[in-house]
Design a protein around this ligand. Structure first.
Ligand SMILES: [Zn+2]
Length: 238
């Protein structure tokens, strides 16, 4: 099993390539690319949240607790929260992730269970999509894909590490196939994972449709205000 350092190095390299590629080829603003690269790098630790108390769990929870409320600032703004409410909600999210989520994970997560699976990568992407909202729908997809790419880099590294190259060709360790999988041996965790992925999928689709609508409405409003500004008003009395 590759260690924490190998995972973070792998996902950082992938993240830098992802961000640089989007900036160079896609013309996406550099700050958005740096954010995507950073999130991809950190997401490379996410699957090992199931490995019990240790560096990946502690660091990932602390980092997620700090970053998730920041990602949600635009969201809070859309909801019309005043500054005080934003601070209070941000603090509540911090405490929930830092202490609530980390305790749950320590107690219930099984290593190489459904945290190491393809639907889990989808869940991570859906959460990122719901947390990060942007005026530009494309940037939203770009950011949530960064999380999925980072997550997948971890699963792929885990699989690569379970293949041993010997004198008589490659041999497979027992852990082979336990990372890049659709379902595990435990029924309840499979059901829970797919239900969660489905529910978050519905929320994501609804949110995508809603933000698409508001961004079109906003564009129309801006266009209308521009035409009003440029048309002379002939009925003004002098
Ligand atoms: Zn792993």
């Amino acid at each position: 099993m590759p260690g924490f350092k190998i995972h973070i190095t792998g996902s950082t390299i992938v993240g830098v390539a992802y961000g640089a590629g989007a900036w160079y080829l896609g013309g996406i603003p550099p700050e958005t690319c740096v954010l995507a690269a950073g999130l991809c790098s950190v997401s490379g630790m996410l699957p090992d949240l199931d490995s019990g108390p240790g560096v990946p769990l502690r660091e990932s929870c602390a980092f997620a607790a700090a970053v998730v409320p920041m990602l949600m600032i635009h969201r809070f703004h859309q909801m019309g929260f005043p500054l005080e409410t934003m601070i209070l909600v941000g603090a509540a999210i911090y405490l929930t992730i830092r202490f609530g989520v980390s305790t749950l994970l320590k107690r219930f997560a099984i290593h190489r269970g459904m945290f190491h699976s393809l639907p889990a990568a989808l869940i991570a992407g859906e959460i990122a999509f719901l947390a990060f909202s942007s005026e530009q729908p494309l940037y939203r997809y770009f950011i949530c894909s960064a999380v999925v790419v980072g997550f997948l880099s971890h699963l792929i590294l885990d699989e690569i590490w379970s293949v041993k190259l010997g004198m008589f060709g490659p041999s497979f360790k027992k852990s082979f196939g336990t990372a890049l999988k659709f379902a595990g041996p435990t029924l309840w965790s499979n059901v829970l994972t797919y239900v969660l992925a489905g529910l978050l999928g519905i929320a994501t689709a609804q949110d995508a449709a809603w933000s698409e609508k508001t961004s079109i409405a906003k564009q129309q409003l801006e266009q209308a205000s521009r035409t009003i500004q440029t048309t002379p008003t002939p009925w003004v009395r002098r």
